[in-house]
Design a protein around this ligand. Structure first.
Ligand code: PEP
Ligand code: MG
Length: 876
């Protein structure tokens, strides 16, 4: 049977969103419900994918199907397309499965040409109205289909008004509008080298093609990437008989929500304009009336409309966003859909709907977008101030929230300014661990280089600080104390604002409002916890982050990166001594200085986590990261340690690597210097002994995690040191205490040999940052430089460092799970790369049977909700 590509509204229904798109399916559903919907047909999403498969052309058979349905619509409406006596005019709108603001605008009044307009004027007894409709159509069609900017037409209108000495469009009469049409067409011909298409059928096909094309415009691609919408879905096209809200004083048009989309309040919310077409409401030239006023203007229509609102909300069991038109006193519904809403409203509406008995708590969990919870946990811009703000550039939305502050270029300045009570935005080419203190006091962090797993991004997310990374358009003049972005020069001390949820940067101050979490948030989280089977842990290296995560519901620490602990002023010195040691004895002396400090760190973390599981990862980064780079710092170190500058420089040179991320790091450090692993083991175990002794009812069982393992013998070698050290300490302690030793799976070879690795490792934690980096073979720090081209050229749909590549990296993970369990059936499995806070990755982790995900503290609520959704969708 051949595929059907075009459906009359009466042939579809609300469950056909995949095929008809959201708008088309809902128009069909409303038609079936007997609501007053101008009739029409939907060209399916499959026709769109066919269009691309066929090399961007509409197959003649689909073209024929479109015209067959057009003929049926003519039958239904009693009007004829392109007919000079009783013409059918249509609107053409895009409509994907998920509503996508990045796509094509609406085209209204399609079907008009020089002849049709004459009869249209006669039929409506309104020449001015007819020509106004015609000129709007030419303008929209040229803009949307032919890419001739609307503003150029506006200029023609302005010139005509000036010539006539009037100010308002409404001061132009029918003859003026006729002249305007002639001018528009002449302008079109001049720009396009051809006449404006007069044949309505050509107009229709061109409009349909334009909708299909808009599926792949850069805005739509960007929107899809941000919202995890696959490029393969395609969009549908809705062709609907026109009704006119601008026919006179008994006509009008408006939009309304069944509840307030900003606050969630259960009260009709919306606005309308009499004698206007939809675009007038949006354009803001005239100020629309509040929907409640319609009761006074047209009581019967208002009553009918509010009844329909109730019917629709009861039917869809969710807040509806509707468009309507009144034509000569008769109400028509042009659209309904589940309304977009703020996260705050989403929570309120979900809870209210549960209380009203409209939906179950399970449905409430499914309805909430996990990523939207971010907005409740971080400061946001004041909405009215944001409206007038200008974006000067954008980078990666690396850590959510809004920030406003004065630009500083050095971490030390950030600290100094913040101590004076200034709010600062730390702007750097890229950040390094040395910048921690400055990052900690900043409102926001802006970097020129670096991707979603760059130092800046990872650390900022951990702290819950807003961060935009990889804003490559910045021309940085750090030494001179300024940068240039979007043509604006920003000097040290100037105010900028940035949004870590969108990646936008603004060259001005925009006030922010604080986040607030209320009772509804907790209710939603309780429901989520009821359904999820995955545990949610956090990545935290300080008691402060750990406590924050517990407040958000973390059930343990999945990754404590110990290296961050060595950067603070009081310890970097001992760390450097350790690195600069020439003999094992010297190194042990330095390590002995680090031991009590590190033990104190771990005690703080165990205390903060109150007996919840804690995974501590041993030292991971290349050692050169701990050494100074600036001349003055090297000189200071030389003085402090009584070592010549030359000698320090020699060590720095000797540690230089061409590929540090694939170099001397991770467990390789402990293979060369087992004493480092021994010191860290002592710190972990002694701290646990102390905390267990202090809290007799607790049972802290430290989980020691060896990073960057690719070979079983390598793991065994380091583990032997760990076990020997730990067992001796426990034997001496006089208490019974357990600990486990596991590994990160972050090198492809570890995944491939996971059966062997699991003979030694009691748990696996997927380090999906490195696993992605090493599987793709591109650097997590540099890939941002070229990945944009991969999105625009549709090679990748999303950032593999933010959303797990389930096809490749995921295959390695799945393999590692199966192999690992084959030798150790009770192997504990988690993920601790940045992907652990991404909802689509969490669903994958649920499916392959991990026990937990671990993410930065502010993502814990997102992970709880995403885990619940995964469990409901894919029961195990
Ligand atoms: C990882 O590689 O995914 C990981 C968690 O370790 P890091 O980011 O510290 O390399
Ligand atoms: Mg790693």
């Amino acid at each position: 049977m051949s595929t059907k590509y075009v459906y009359l509204f009466s042939e579809g229904n609300g469950s056909m969103k995949e095929l008809l798109g959201g708008k088309g399916a809902n128009l069909a559903e409303m038609t079936n419900m007997g609501l007053p919907v101008p009739q029409g047909f939907t060209v399916s999403t499959e026709a769109c994918t066919r269009y691309y498969e066929d090399g961007k052309m509409i197959d003649p058979s689909i073209e024929a199907e479109i015209f067959e349905n057009l003929a049926k619509l003519e039958g239904i409406s009693g009007k004829k397309f392109g007919d000079a006596s009783n013409p059918l005019l249509v609107s053409v709108r895009s409509g994907a499965r998920a509503s996508m603001p990045g796509m094509m605008d609406t085209i209204l009044n399609l079907g008009l040409n020089d002849e049709v307009v004459v009869s249209f004027a006669k039929l409506t007894s309104n020449e001015r109205f007819a020509y106004d409709s015609y000129r709007r159509f030419i303008q929209m069609f040229s803009d949307v289909v032919m890419e001739l900017p609307k503003s150029n037409f506006e200029r023609i209108i302005d010139e005509m008004k000036e010539a006539k000495g009037v100010e308002l469009d409404t001061d132009l009469d029918a003859n003026d509008l006729k002249a305007m049409v002639t001018k528009f067409k002449a302008y079109y011909k001049q720009e396009k080298g051809a006449d404006f298409p007069a044949d309505p059928k050509t107009q229709l096909l061109e409009a349909v093609k334009a909708v299909f094309r808009s599926w792949d415009n850069p805005r739509a691609i960007y929107y899809r990437r941000m919202n995890d919408i696959p490029g393969s879905w395609g969009t549908a096209v809705n062709v609907q008989e026109m009704v006119f809200g601008n026919m006179g004083d008994t006509s009008g048009t408006g939009v309304a929500f069944t509840r307030n989309p900003a606050t969630g309040e259960k009260k009709l919310f919306g606005e309308y304009l009499m004698n206007a077409q939809g675009e007038d409401v949006v354009a803001g030239i005239r100020t629309p009336n509040d929907i409640s006023q319609l009761e006074g203007d047209m009581p019967e229509v208002y009553k009918q409309f509010t009844d329909i609102c109730k019917t629709l909300e009861d039917h869809y069991r969710d807040m509806q966003d509707m468009e309507f038109t009144i034509e000569n006193g008769k109400l028509y519904m042009l659209q309904t859909r589940n309304g977009k809403r703020t996260a705050f409203a989403a929570l309120k509406i979900a809870c209210d709907l549960v209380d009203e008995g409209m939906i179950t708590d399970k449905e409430a969990v499914m309805a909430m977008d996990p990523k939207s919870l971010d907005a409740l946990l971080h400061p946001q811009f004041d909405a009215s101030a944001l409206k007038n703000a200008k974006v000067i550039g954008s980078g990666l939305a690396a850590s959510p929230g809004a920030a406003c502050g004065r630009v500083v270029f050095h971490a030390a300045d950030a600290v100094e300014w913040a101590n004076r009570g200034e709010k600062v935005i730390l702007t750097r080419l890229e950040t390094s661990p040395e910048d921690i203190a400055g990052m900690d006091v900043s409102e926001g962090i802006l970097t020129v280089r670096g991707g979603m797993t760059s130092h800046a991004a990872v650390v900022a997310r951990g702290m819950g600080t807003c961060c935009v990374s990889g804003c490559g358009a910045i021309e940085m003049h750090e030494k001179e104390g300024y940068f240039v972005l979007g043509g604006q020069t920003i000097k040290e001390g100037d105010y900028i604002s940035m949004n870590g949820t969108t990646g936008n940067v603004y060259g001005q101050a925009i006030p922010t409002v604080e986040a607030s979490i209320g009772g509804e948030f907790s209710r939603m989280m309780e429901w989520a916890d009821k359904y999820r089977t995955l545990k949610v842990r956090t990545n935290a290296d300080t008691p402060r982050d750990a406590k924050q995560a517990v407040v958000f519901g973390a059930e343990g620490i999945g990754l404590c990166r110990t290296e961050h602990m060595f950067f603070e002023a009081d310890r970097i010195q001992a760390m450097r001594e350790m690195i600069l040691s020439k003999t094992e004895e010297q190194r042990k002396v330095a390590l002995d200085k680090l031991l009590p400090i590190q033990r104190g760190d771990f005690e703080g973390i165990y205390e903060a986590m109150e007996d919840k599981p804690v995974t501590i990862r041993f030292l991971d980064p290349p050692l050169h990261e701990f050494l100074p780079t600036a001349e003055e710092d090297i000189a200071a170190l030389s003085k402090e340690m009584n070592i010549s500058v030359e000698e320090i420089k020699n060590v720095i040179t000797s540690l230089h690597e061409f590929n540090p991320m694939m170099g001397f790091r991770g467990c390789r450090l402990a293979v060369k210097y087992p004493e480092i692993a021994a010191m860290q083991t002592s710190a972990v175990i002694q701290a646990a002994i102390n905390v267990n002794k202090a809290h007799p009812d607790w049972k802290v069982v430290p989980e020691i995690m060896i990073p960057l393992v690719g070979e079983i013998k390598e793991l065994k070698f380091v583990k032997d040191t760990v076990v020997a050290t730990a067992d001796a300490l426990i034997a001496d302690s006089g208490i019974q205490m357990k600990y486990t030793v596991g590994t990160m799976i972050e090198i492809p070879r570890a995944a491939l040999t996971a059966d062997a690795i699991a003979t030694e490792a009691e748990f696996f934690s997927f380090g999906s940052n490195d696993l992605t980096q090493m599987t793709f073979g591109f650097s997590r720090d540099d890939a941002g430089n070229f990945l944009d081209y991969y999105y625009t050229n549709k090679v990748y749909e999303s950032d593999p460092f933010a959303r797990l590549d389930t096809v490749g990296v995921g295959k390695l993970m799945k393999m590692a799970v199966e192999l690992g369990k084959s030798t150790r059936p009770d192997l504990k499995l988690g993920i601790c790369g940045e992907h652990g806070g991404d909802p689509s990755t969490i669903a994958f982790c649920h499916e392959i049977g991990l026990n937990y995900v671990s993410c930065s503290p502010f993502r814990v609520p997102i992970a709880r909700l995403a885990a619940a959704q995964a469990a409901i969708k894919y029961p195990r």
